[in-house]
Design a protein around this ligand. Structure first.
Ligand SMILES: [Zn+2]
Length: 124
């Protein structure tokens, strides 16, 4: 991700509207790019002040913006990890399902042409 892409994603990041993949790329960028980190810090601060004025900032009325932003990023990374894990579990389940389906097909073919061929190939 380059700086102009990162810039476009600042508000989406603040509003938690990025996908896990986008958010991971964005966080990686701001970790390595001080100007984008600064830009995020300013927009995050403005956003927080506006929400505080509207009373939508929740119980969090702290103005230690650096630590607020840090905890936001830590939350984000937890979420990204959870999303990755969820996807991995899903893919594994799909893969297992496919293996099971393939095994069923082979089982049904048992005694049939394909099964005989396999047995011949295995020398039985
Ligand atoms: Zn940048």
């Amino acid at each position: 991700m380059n700086c102009s892409e990162a810039e476009k994603r600042i508000q989406h990041f603040i509003d938690s509207k990025l996908t896990a993949t986008e958010e991971a790329a964005y966080i990686e960028h701001i970790r390595n790019c001080s100007s984008c980190r600064q830009e995020l810090m300013s927009q995050f601060t403005i956003d927080h002040v506006l929400k505080s004025m509207n009373g939508t900032a929740g119980d969090d009325i702290s103005y230690d913006m650096r630590s607020l932003l840090n905890s936001r990023i830590i939350e984000s990374e937890k979420w990204i990890k959870a999303e990755k894990l969820r996807k991995r579990v899903l893919y594994t389940a799909v893969a297992l399902g496919e293996i099971a389906a393939a095994a069923c097909v082979l089982f049904e073919m048992r005694g049939g042409f394909v099964w005989n061929l396999i047995e011949q190939l295995l020398g039985k």
